[in-house]
Design a protein around this ligand. Structure first.
Ligand code: C2O
Length: 552
């Protein structure tokens, strides 16, 4: 294993899409940002220098960050923001992971333009547990905003209403031909008869996306940097924060043909969203070795794939049920067979009161939108929690350790919404000892419409041991849990009108954010933090912070 050095200069750059030129925050002037590539076992050092007026932090989404919580990146959770003129070196190792992840800004809505692929290759002498691909290509799904995304969310939080939506979805930053005044289309150039590994990343802010390529089948082989038992699908669903590797076998019989690939949202909630479609092109190039074969090289066909309808929850449930761990001798699924702590968290939206001298545009025109777990909307503290925790300052009022372990006001979660939609506000955490085996049942609520929530946990992979529709039934549903080969992920969709159960081993000391990866719900407070205490032995403790850790 080696140490890999990167330098990330946070800089403004002019970018033009949909006939709008604007100055956006970038890394090294690139949109999307540069690739980070490493092998399992490597150490990565990324020096981030902030040259822009915006505060920023970067998060290495899905990296376990074993005993390196200071490098995780969510602002006010593991670090204070990097201000203009300051720099910070993120320093972490890749432990037991290979596959596709991504990195993104974790401050306000800067993730809209500040994101890029994080590619984790197997160790040198190791191969993939599937056919060796001819080529590997990342495809990042994103959003394009003609407006300034930070201003969009600032205004929404001010008025309490829903934010404006983006103007386009993108593949690798390019909206494609289905948008007005769009001149930039992603082209995937392939040769016939080869196997390509597509590293798919959903970096969109607020949308789960269906993705499909006309006339081609995808073989899913990995999810969130964990190998899965390969399965085929014409269409995939990728939540924001999720990544997946798929094999694309190109046809031997289509030289010089083109096919469309499309992505558009899956959405069941209330309110507005960007109901548009990004298109890219799969383009076969002539295989030089085949020029004398009997194919008609002048044939050009254009096909559109058929995507599920916008609210096709049945497709989504069936698709997510297909994921199981590879669970081979080499890559076993180490799911905790027994648990020490069992939690039940409701996940959903609610309301908080409108300040007295203000008119709010939230639900009923008199409140503010809020996101909550167990009726608690999480407020960011003014000093990073990890510092406060590390220096033993829990009791200075920055945060408390009384996050409710059960919903405050139980109701029929997936039935008629309750009259009282109010949430509480605070910075409440759950403290668990080192090596606690944790189970969490995440229950969607229909308080403001049943909606799927892509829930992301920092610092751990978890096993998805069960999911279902309706209210979780503690006396029957656990009998159906998969404790043999459940898929291992860092982000899972809490089903619209249903529940999902996860397990993880809390073997990583630190403070770990868990949140909905829709940035709008994150901003509304749909988040909480776990504090995992140090273990007894030196190799079970979080080391002290690096000298250059930014101060608030
Ligand atoms: Cu990808 Cu806390 O985020």
């Amino acid at each position: 294993s080696v140490t890999r050095h990167y330098k990330f200069d946070i800089r403004l750059a002019n970018v033009t899409r949909l006939c709008h030129t604007k100055s956006i925050v970038t890394v090294n002037g690139k949109f999307p940002g540069p690739r980070v590539v490493a092998r399992e076992g490597d150490r990565i050092l990324i020096k981030v220098v902030n040259h822009v007026p915006n505060n920023i932090t970067l998060h290495w989404h899905g990296v376990r960050q074993v005993r390196s919580g200071w490098s995780d990146g969510p602002s006010y959770i593991t670090q204070c923001p990097i201000k203009r003129g300051q720099s910070y070196v993120y320093n972490f190792s890749i432990v037991g992971q290979r596959g596709t992840l991504f990195w993104h800004a974790h401050f306000s809505w800067l993730r809209a333009t500040v994101y890029g692929p994080l590619i984790l290759l197997p160790r040198h002498n190791e191969s993939y547990p599937f056919l060796k691909p001819y080529k590997e290509l990342p495809i990042l799904f994103g959003e394009w905003w003609n407006a300034d995304p930070e201003a969009v969310i600032a205004q929404a939080l001010q008025t309490g209403g829903g934010p404006n939506v983006s103007d386009a979805y993108t593949f690798n930053g390019l909206p494609g031909p289905l948008y007005n005044c769009s001149k930039d289309t992603y082209k995937l150039k392939v040769k016939p008869g080869k196997t390509y590994l597509l590293r798919l990343i959903n970096a969109a802010l607020n949308d789960e996306l269906f993705f499909s390529i006309a006339n081609h089948t995808l073989i899913i082989v990995e999810a969130d940097a964990s190998y899965v038992k390969p399965f085929e699908s014409h269409t995939i669903l990728l939540g924001p924060g999720q990544t997946t590797n798929v094999l694309l076998k190109t046809k031997p019989q289509y030289p010089n043909a083109t096919f469309f690939m499309l992505a558009r949202p899956y959405f069941t909630g209330m309110g507005t969203f960007d109901n548009s479609t990004v298109a890219g092109i799969l383009e076969y190039t002539k295989n030089v070795a085949n020029t004398n074969s009997n194919v008609n090289s002048s044939t050009t066909s254009k096909y559109f794939p058929l995507l599920p309808s916008i609210n096709d929850t049945t497709f989504v449930a069936n698709f997510s049920n297909k994921f199981v761990s590879l669970n081979s001798v080499k890559y076993p699924a180490n799911v905790p067979k027994t648990i020490d702590k069992n939690f039940f968290f409701t996940v959903g939206l609610g309301t908080s009161p409108c300040p007295k001298n203000q008119t709010c545009q939230g639900p009923n025109n008199s409140s503010k939108f809020a996101g909550s777990m167990n009726n608690e909307s999480f407020a960011l503290p003014s000093i990073a929690l990890l510092q406060q925790h590390f220096f033993g300052q829990a009791n200075n009022g920055i945060y408390t350790t009384d996050f409710p372990v059960l919903p405050l006001r139980p109701f029929n979660y997936t039935g008629t919404p309750p009259n009282n939609t109010r949430v509480s506000n605070g910075t409440k955490t759950v403290v668990i000892p080192y090596n606690t085996r944790v189970q969490v049942v995440l229950q969607d609520t229909s308080i403001l419409g049943a909606e799927s929530h892509p829930l992301h946990l920092h610092g751990f992979n978890f096993f998805v041991i069960g999911q279902g529709f309706g209210n979780f039934d503690p006396s029957n549903d656990p009998n159906k849990f998969n404790l043999v080969d459940p898929v291992e992920r860092n982000t899972v969709g809490v089903p619209a009108g249903g529940w999902v159960a996860i397990r993880f081993l809390a073997d990583n000391p630190g403070v770990w954010l868990m949140h909905c990866h829709f940035d709008v719900h994150l901003s509304w407070g749909l988040r909480m933090a776990w504090i995992v205490e140090d273990g007894k032995f030196p190799n079970q403790k979080l080391p002290p912070p690096p000298k250059d850790l930014p101060k608030c």
